[in-house]
Design a binder for this molecule. Structure first.
Ligand SMILES: [Zn+2]
Length: 360
């Protein structure tokens, strides 16, 4: 049942992502917000921009792994030139994605609300107080969720578009804020981190957080920031259980040491997606899970249709594989372009450091 629905979801989604050409009606506009897409190895070779042989091999592997299911995500993750186009999409309508698990974010940043009998867990808080009021609170009210019932706000990392609305939402609801110590104590470039109150808490690796019978497993996955956290948690789709995985940081760093750290974090995440048999991929950014296409598919979902976020074990393995291969492509491209001798071999898992160049 579970397996069958996962395979149907994969098939329905790959059909949705490859619109058939209708003779009579104009093809439906792709709801991805005008973002570029890479679907396969050929497109990767044209658009990826990698020049080093190793990087090109990794980018091919990424395209093979994930191009069918996450063409937007693939373009944004695996592209040597790092082209970034702003999304052109209206504010998505809030929607119940899994039983009592809601998507309530913007076209760029997805915010997830998990409703339990003892209150609501919110994943991230958008950029400003206005965003919190005009998007998070309004969307919750539209879904019949009382924002005053927010009990925990988990902040995946210390970038403003994730924590900016947190202080307002805490004042409104009395919720506890939670973020990793590495991120909460770091200096941030944009905005001011919320002051950690006595009831707020640090997120740690392997920690579990339970509210109203819902448990989330926290993983420390640095790379995007020093203390990015990722999450796994069980969900139900019309009563059928699934395991959701959400990696908490998106954009790749440029320097090799941070890219290596990111790849180790992705492996740590993949250990857990395997051990916990995750079969759902969620993201806190719509570029992280082709979210705009999936939310649009959910808005049109009819009884019996598969849930577009359920990608099955094959999908999760492909997602982790795509991302690992993209990070590897960036690592290889950067190292291959550096002058010979600039990197020392990786011993005992330590990232290579740029050696002191002594002019002789
Ligand atoms: Zn970020």
């Amino acid at each position: 049942m579970r397996c069958h629905s996962a395979i149907s979801a994969l098939m329905a989604l790959s059909t949705a992502l490859t619109p058939a050409i209708a003779q009579t009606a104009a093809p439906e506009a792709n709801p991805n917000g005008g973002r570029p897409e890479i679907h396969n190895v050929e497109e990767m070779r044209k658009m990826g921009g990698y020049t080093a042989p190793g990087a090109r091999a990794y980018a091919d592997m990424a395209a093979e792994a994930g191009g069918k299911l996450w063409p937007v995500t693939l373009f944004y993750r695996c592209q040597a030139v790092r082209e970034r186009n702003p999304v052109k999409a209206p504010l998505p309508k809030p929607v119940e994605v899994f039983d009592k698990v809601y998507s309530i974010g913007t076209a760029e940043n997805n915010i997830w609300a998990i409703d339990t009998k003892d209150g609501i867990i919110l994943l991230d808080a958008l950029t400003t107080e206005e965003d919190a009021k005009n998007v998070i609170v309004k969307n919750m009210q539209a879904l019949g969720l009382d924002p005053k019932r927010i009990r925990i706000i988990l902040l995946t990392h210390n970038h403003l578009d994730h924590f900016g609305g947190a202080a307002y939402l805490k004042a409104l609801s009395g919720a506890k804020l939670a973020m990793s110590e590495a991120d909460w104590t770091a200096k941030v470039k944009w905005g001011t981190l919320p002051v950690k109150a006595a009831d707020d808490f640090y997120l740690t690796d392997g920690q579990t957080i339970t509210l109203g019978g819902q448990t989330l497993t926290v993983l420390l996955t640095p790379g995007h920031t020093p203390g990015t956290v990722s999450l796994l948690f069980p969900v139900k789709d019309k009563g059928v259980p699934h395991m959701a995985s959400l990696f908490g940081g998106q954009g790749s760093p440029r320097d090799v040491a941070s890219l290596l750290e990111f790849r180790r974090s992705l492996n740590h995440f993949a250990d857990y997606t395997d051990l916990m048999q995750a079969d759902v991929v969620l993201s806190n950014h719509t570029v992280g899970d082709d979210g705009l296409v999936r939310v649009a598919a959910l808005q049109k979902r009819k009884a019996g249709d598969p849930n577009p976020y359920v990608v099955g074990r094959e999908g999760v393995v492909r997602y982790d594989g795509e991302w690992r291969a993209c990070l590897s492509a960036d690592i290889d491209e950067a190292v291959a372009k550096a002058a010979p001798g600039n990197f020392v071999p990786v011993l005992s898992g330590q990232p290579p450091k740029q050696s002191e160049q002594t002019a002789k």
